[in-house]
Design a protein around this ligand. Sequence first.
Ligand code: UGA
Length: 439
Amino acid sequence: MPPRLTVIGTGYLGATHAACMAELGYEVLGLDVDEAKIERLHRGEVPFFEPGLPELLARHVESGRLRFTTSYEEAGAFGDVHFICVGTPQKRGEYAADLTYVDASVRSLIPHLQPGALVVGKSTVPAGTAQRLADWIAAEGPAGAELAWNPEFLREGWAVQDTLHPDRLVIGVPHGGRGEAVLREVYAPLLDVEVPLVVTDFATAELVKVAANAFLATKISFINAMAEVCEVTGADVKRLSQALSYDTRIGGRFLHAGLGFGGGCLPKDIRAFMARAGELGVDQALSFLKEVDAINLRRRARMVDLARELAGGSFAGGVRVAVLGAAFKPNSDDVRDSPALDVAVALHQQGAHVCVYDPAANANAQRLHPQLTYSGNAREALQGAHLVLHLTEWREFRDLDPTSISDIVALKRIVDGRNALDKDRWRGAGWVYRALGRP
Ligand code: UGA
């Protein structure tokens, strides 16, 4: 009999993991404490934007292979393997990660576990968490129940693809446990097609995840630091990045200069990593991440300055700014720590009339920042604009024809915050085109 799986927490990570495990052929039960969310998933609806996921979810809800519940009792009775996929947000007013949801989900599950059940942590946690949870399970769980740590590396916007075709699998297990064998069985369809597997201890598995995100954040901030230097030397960071990318030791991915990183992962993960290093007495080892964070936030401030400069030195007096993009990146409706929204809010605070349009994130943005104006499409947002800011590089914005929108704006001025538009085309159509790190 193949193992039966539960997925605890049905956000971006959990809903995707649940649907993908059903796609691999398993019976899956998803659990969340949010009844409204479970109700929607039950009906086969994905409560957020993720390309490819709605089709996958609907197919497996329809077939009956994927079900949802709010009951830990039902989850415990059903599952042989329980994946913990709840969020670990940044604590309010602190750098450290808030482990409330991880702790609560494991605590709630323990009394209902079957003997021999495997609990698998996928949430991003500070090193040391897995051992603490394993101790709880050993002390309070049924005979033979164990913990394994299996970090997740999926990107929003590519979540289904990244789960079904991951670059690697990492499994953290204590010496002599059964977790490795169980997870080898669960992931057999991926291992059969040669997905690399690294089996390690708990602490290494926890660290792989935060180290990967810290490296990606560092790479982005590196090129954005170069952009700062480009701005005072007249150099072009896009060309610089292209030239660096041909060196295969460096590579071109995550080397796109612009408004920098945001979202629910990279910013809070580097901060939580620094906080944990401080607790462990090795804060110096990660002090460079403070600079990575600072470079990243400086890009947002620079964008506001550049926009104000283009607006003639002030936004007062009803300067109309069209903001294209609110999500932290394209193909997502996630506005957590979104650089685009941060800039939009700063401009509003400085007196601009800001009109935002995002193909997927308007509703989430509006909930967070109702003080801004939102448009249902790009043309409406651009109407009468004195300045256009391109802040999230959706394909729809890259495809905008600068000539055909020339007569709906009041002034043909654009700042390309993502270095993703064709500079020559915009300038050729008579626009003042400015970008971060480029002449
Ligand atoms: C990130 C990691 O890429 C995933 O591997 C990881 O699993 C995930 O966090 C997580 O911890 O759950 P994600 O937050 O979905 O994934 O987004 P990314 O694609 O990494 O982009 C993060 C931010 O960096 C975005 O705001 C994006 O616009 C920005 N970025 C990315 C750049 O500014 N430049 C680049 O070259 C690449």
